[in-house]
Design a protein around this ligand. Structure first.
Ligand code: ARG
Length: 572
């Protein structure tokens, strides 16, 4: 069944009918009752209306077009308004194995993105605030898209748009000056800062004058006061140092850490341009862009006291990125709670007459909550991402020690499995869905999980180790490739052949889960194959091709895991 759908999608990708999507075409494809006619058939009367032509003529034209280009079919024929397809399985298998032998982990790469720059704003944490599980999705979705774009030849720019500006820094300075002796900053880091920040709010309820002090300190930061800046930098350093460790464990790096503060001196030109275009309305002393006409609340840009806002900085950042990177697209991987914010500021850029407004893309995602309901930041029940990773690694170690007592480097494997499980989980479902995290679920070695895929890859690697030195480079004769015939083998070959188009699909939809689900599918398919076919002790004439197939599965699993940010232990 799954196999069939893959074939249909593959065929559909070669049939171009204007105004009809590949998915729709795939849904029309049928399996002919008489296999002599073909493996698959596409009834062309479906397109008669839209193309205003008789089905017979459409089928003939489509057949000509497909035959005129490179294609994986043994034959394509137009018969009575049907387009009949036959696959040459051995040729397809030969092509896939040859390509993987030649390219290794470069397999699946393309240059579809040559000359195009994509900015990806992701993770974008806040200084002196907890790096909690809520940041997991932005961080791993953004990083996965970043790697996928690069794989397809795009120039990707990863930007951590730090939340490093705002009145909260004034409050933090007051809190720090008053209560720094209550925390061990060295040991507690951001957690310590959060503690005194929470204390500030509690105290300020009874002593509102604290708020005035905080405002005064924030003003000092703005004015470049030495002491104020020193503390501000200290908070920033502590935070970046701490999140840096998490990024390292996740295998993530950024090309730019230009955050909100970076735009302090870059907002005026944008505000001036808005004034010049008569887009600013003054309302109660505040500067806004009225978006009533578009069914949105106004975009607030400058408060009555002259303070700029999150949106003002985002506007300036968009212009800066356009000028600096001349992006083809600029993505914002940010939770759906900010849908309105992005709609508003994209609209403002459109109203300014900048045609590139349509290249700005908000990539929203749902919430992650824990099984026991802990999540809420406000009530102080924050779940720190670091703790989730630690606990997952700890549990992995336990499982691994039970399953494979003799394994070397258990701690290292547990780190890869524990973290991989969390990342894989966050990228398994459609990103817009709210998800509930549970250690048991993500660490289930038999489920749709990271450990399952990692385990399957380790199984492949074990087969390859046992096989010893095998020549995978010399082209395969068709007699050898017949060793891959049969339902399971064909399904595997077909899946492997689709790798590049799966990545392409994932970035087109900004949906890394397409790759994650593909990996689950591939791992399952391999395990079925493994159950049904002899490999190491296969008939001699088939052995080499089967080992090459195992190698191909391993290459694609490992590379696919790399793309989503999951490391692959050699043994587990
Ligand atoms: N720091 C923000 C937050 O945690 C996210 C920033 C997203 N990026 C942006 N350019 N607005 O909510």
């Amino acid at each position: 069944m799954e196999n069939t759908d893959i074939r249909k999608a593959e065929i559909a990708s070669y049939v171009k009918v204007e105004g009809v999507s590949a998915e729709e075409i795939a849904s029309y494809i049928v399996i002919p009752p008489d296999t002599a006619m073909g493996d698959y058939a596409l009834p062309c009367f479906r397109f008669a209306k839209i193309l205003r032509k008789p089905p017979v003529a459409i089928a003939e034209e489509l057949a000509r077009a497909i035959k005129g280009g490179e294609n994986p079919f043994a034959s394509v024929e137009a018969v009575n308004g049907y387009l009949n397809f036959k696959f040459d399985r051995t040729a397809e298998a030969g092509r896939v194995l040859k390509e993987i032998a030649e390219k290794g982990s470069d397999y699946g790469a393309s240059n579809e993105g040559a000359g195009k720059t994509v900015c990806i704003d992701y993770s974008s944490i806040n200084i002196a605030k907890p790096f909690h599980i809520g940041h997991l999705s932005s961080t791993v979705i953004g990083a996965a898209l970043y790697r996928m774009y690069k794989k397809l030849g795009y120039n990707a720019v990863g930007i951590n748009h730090l939340g490093d500006w705002g009145t909260q820094f004034g409050k933090l300075i007051v809190a720090y000056k008053k209560w720094s002796d209550e925390i061990d900053l060295e040991k507690e880091g951001v957690m310590g800062l959060t503690k005194i920040y929470v204390k500030f709010h509690a105290e300020a309820e009874e002593h509102p004058e604290l708020e005035d002090e905080a405002r005064a300190w924030f003003k000092k930061i703005e004015d470049g006061d030495k002491e104020a800046l020193k503390l501000y930098e200290l908070f920033k350093e502590i935070t970046l140092n701490e999140v840096g460790k998490v990024y390292t464990r996740l295998g993530i790096a950024f090309d730019s850490y230009n955050g909100e503060a970076f735009y302090n001196d870059k907002m005026t030109p944008v505000l001036d341009a808005l004034e010049a275009k008569n887009l600013i309305t003054v309302s109660d002393g505040a500067k806004i862009v009225d978006l009533n006409e578009y069914g949105m609340s106004p975009c607030l840009l400058v408060k009555a006291d002259g303070a700029t806002l999150y949106a003002t900085r985002d506007l300036a950042a968009a212009f800066y990125r356009k000028q600096t990177y001349d992006f083809y697209k600029c993505l914002y991987v940010v939770a759906y709670q900010q849908n309105l914010h992005f709609k508003q500021f994209f609209k403002v850029i459109e109203l300014m007459g900048e045609s590139w407004y349509k290249d700005l893309v908000h990539v929203p995602f749902g919430m992650v909550s824990l099984e026991d309901g802990t999540m809420s930041t406000r009530k102080g029940k924050v779940v720190w991402l670091k703790d989730v990773l630690d606990k997952s690694v700890e549990k992995s170690l336990k499982i691994i020690s039970e399953k494979s007592a003799g394994l070397k480097n258990k701690a290292d494997v547990a780190e890869k499995v524990g973290i991989g499980a969390v990342v894989f989980f966050a990228l398994t479902n459609n990103r817009i869905k709210d998800i509930t995290f549970s250690y048991d679920k993500v660490l289930n070695f038999d489920g749709e999980t990271g450990p399952y895929v990692q385990y399957t890859n380790a199984r492949c690697m074990s087969v390859l180790r046992k096989a010893g030195a095998v020549d995978l480079v010399t082209p395969f004769a068709s007699e050898e490739l017949e060793g891959l015939n049969g339902k399971e083998g064909e399904e595997l070959v077909s899946l492997i052949g689709r790798f590049s188009s799966v990545i392409s699909d994932a970035i087109a939809k900004y949906e890394p889960s397409i790759v994650t689900r593909y990996l689950i599918e591939l791992a399952r398919s391999f395990n079925r194959y493994y159950l049904e076919n002899r490999i190491l002790n296969a008939e001699e004439k088939y052995r080499r091709a089967r080992i090459a197939l195992v190698n191909a599965v391993h290459v694609v699993l490992e590379e696919g895991m790399r793309l989503i940010g999951v490391r692959a232990p050699e043994e587990m």
